[in-house]
Ligand binder design. Sequence first.
Ligand code: ADP
Ligand code: MG
Ligand code: MG
Length: 906
Amino acid sequence: MGNKYVYFYGDGKADGNASMKELLGGKGANLAEMSSLGIPVPPGFTITTEVCTYYYQHNKTLPSELEKEVEEALHKVEKIMRSKFGDVNNPLLFSVRSGARSSMPGMMETVLNIGLTTKTVKGLIALTKNERFAYDAYRRLITMYSDVVMEKAAGIGSEEGKGIREQLEHELEKMKQVRGVTLDTELSAEDLKELVEIYKAKVKEVLGKPFPDDPKEQLWGGIKAVFQSWNGKRAISYRRIENIPDDWGTAVNVQTMVFGNMGDDSATGVAFTRNPATGEDIFYGEWLPNAQGEDVVAGLRTPNPINKVGKTEDTMHLPSLEEAMPELYKQLDEIQKKLEHHYTDMQDIEFTIQKGHLWMLQTRVGKRNGPAAVRMAVEMCKLGLINKKEALSRVKPTQLDELLHPMLNPEAEKKANELAKGLPAGPGGANGMIVFTADDAEAWAKQGKTVILVRNETSPEDVHGMHAAAAILTAKGGMTSHAALVARGWGKCCIVGCSALQIDVSKRELSVNGRLIKEGDWISLNGTRGRVYEGKLELVEPDLERNEYYKKLMTWADEVRELGIRTNADRPEDAAQARAFGAEGIGLCRTEHMFFDPERILAMREMIVAETKQDRRKAVMKLLPYQKKDFYGILKAMEGLPVTIRLLDPPLHEFVNLDDKQIKELSSQFGISVEKLKARVESLHELNPMLGHRGCRLGIAYPEITEMQARAIFEAAAELTKEGVKVYPEVMVPLTGIYTEFNNQKAIIDRVAEEVMKEMKVTFKYLVGTMIEIPRACVTANEIAQTAEFFSFGTNDLTQTTFGFSRDDIGGFLPYYLEHNILPNDPFQTLDQNGVGQVVEMGVQRGRSVRPGLKIGICGEHGGDPDSIDFCHRTGLNYVSCSPFRVPIARLAAAHAAIKNGPQKM
Ligand code: ADP
Ligand code: MG
Ligand code: MG
């Protein structure tokens, strides 16, 4: 016996269950689970993802056993439904639905109403006594099937706007015009019957083949088309963005059709067990009477709120399901509660009501934005649905980014000219220049422009442009439309259903309430309230301190994590900001930025061009008061917490990038001839400055620089100590590669510390350690740690020096490397654990072999990257240090690392 390829579900039973997502895809696994839970699910079966893999490994053919298994499952369904697929009197219809392991909303294909033919449609009419409905279903089948199976899956490309679907929709519009109606629902049975014939002729004309009149051919055509859609352009681009592996494959769900378009006692809808935009614990969703599901999702009709609590000022007048069908609403409400309880997470559900009978079509863990994720996690924990660790795991560290996201300045908003209202699909604020196509959005964003993508509705073909845009605005669609779903997944500001917009894509302009707005014009969105404004409104940062859910979650993160979180900050303001975000110290305070101030740069330059030790010393000491003031400010802002200060690091040449005019000025200021000055500046020029005279090599050649910096640090520390402020300076020597380099510098630092303590009659604690950013330092860490009191891995330089990649020149080849899978990602963003990571590990082990408990941190860009933080936890580091705005992310990522890996090994 080979593998089982087909899994049946229905009638309170199922072959599969929710844990089988890999095999059955998310949709199939959850349909099986719901069926077993006794929730009404139209019966059907799932063809496994293994068949998809087989399909692509065997030249797009299906395994021979499949047909028999499908037949068997089909008979089971027929028995339950007491009707037959293809039967002319009592026809059973199917939907063929895709379903990958992790949801890819709208990325792959679904075909509804499979099994309708010239013969079975008559049976359906006799059975339902509803000719209008039957032809409506038939014309929908032709549209979906010709588009999905006959065009896309067959690999027939078409120009934008010239696809078969658009051409058929054009026929529909024509028919409506001729009949003088505006809504699809106003077309009569006769109209639709005629339309079906028009559609069939059009399909033949455009695609050169007739629409198949055989149910089995339709079924297998649909199944193959779903497999084919796994490698469709938009599915591939979505997988790239979401990092979904290409070899997972999709399952196919064949399911009994239920109809929400059978009249006013029928309906369809999409809902969330909690509000996915805010996290609020209310049942939240949308529905449409007399419609099929794709009408809600595709945003062709703007749907109604599902219940009274979900109504807003703007939707107050619309009928809710709660009011229109109270009994069914109650049933649905019970099911949603049961589902959330069962899955212990917010569910995104699809349902259809057929003639007063409720059917569930899908449930899955719902996508949510950052603020909603935080609120749900905390509230579910408080309800006892999940524990703290689970609550922490529910929020992706990068989602916290959204809580730090800007909003429109409320004052500016009050005065702004409101253009239109829409549905608040993705909160936050944004401003940008209008573009009308996804390709333009991508192209403009590449040029560094901030754009807002404006569309009638978005389709999965637009995802690349949506990704590139700062925000998304659509004229049609509801809170569960494609645009809303995708934007929420990315935490992007988004407004949908903004019906006042009249968009003319070909002219690249839109008119709204009498105003004409052109491509490139600025608009601003308030995605929290669904308001569109003219012009570029100011954005303001949010106030985290008032978000109780965030604060709670972060206290839990702090309880769980073992890694310390520090920040990289050079100025007291940044230090204070980071401290407010929860930083527990400064891991890297660079001193070079302090020298670029106009007053200071002069003294700096004087020092650099000095020819004698005496002159240099004189110039350097002019810098002392400035540096002291800087350190005083920073140490004070971080009262009670450690502050790692790195001594001067960059090549001196960076400070003397001078043009002729500046050289002349300096020459008169310093009393040195222009030629001499030029020659001196020239002599500082290096062929390879990154590997040149920098780091501790400067302090070794010019000890007075180290001396001045050490003095500035210690005098500031001494003063603060006298004032009763607790300070913990940690002096860090950059770019050590040889232990003798370090010892040379440490001797100066220790001497100055002793002098200052004596002079100022005060003692304070301090450490002297080194940055580890050269492979040789890792190899000889046991020598360096004899005297170094802490290590901090500078993983930017360590990545440069381990790979031998110049960070400034990597742009020449990195894009190619990424595209051709030579590197999985940019090693300057995500730590290269296999290479650079091993070098780090060696440094940790060898360092601690001579100094057990050696304090070790990391201060490169990687300190704020969740994967790299996981590595730091596993490698036994004491802390990570990152930029102030990454601090909350790092705290949560460190908690995740502790949950995932267990206690640190030191
Ligand atoms: P997606 O993965 O893009 O959400 P689905 O497979 O869920 O695609 O199908 C899209 C829509 O088609 C659903 O929202 C639902 O309304 C409708 N649909 C799918 N299967 C059925 C069915 N058996 N009966 C009625 N409607 C269905
Ligand atoms: Mg769906
Ligand atoms: Mg460095």
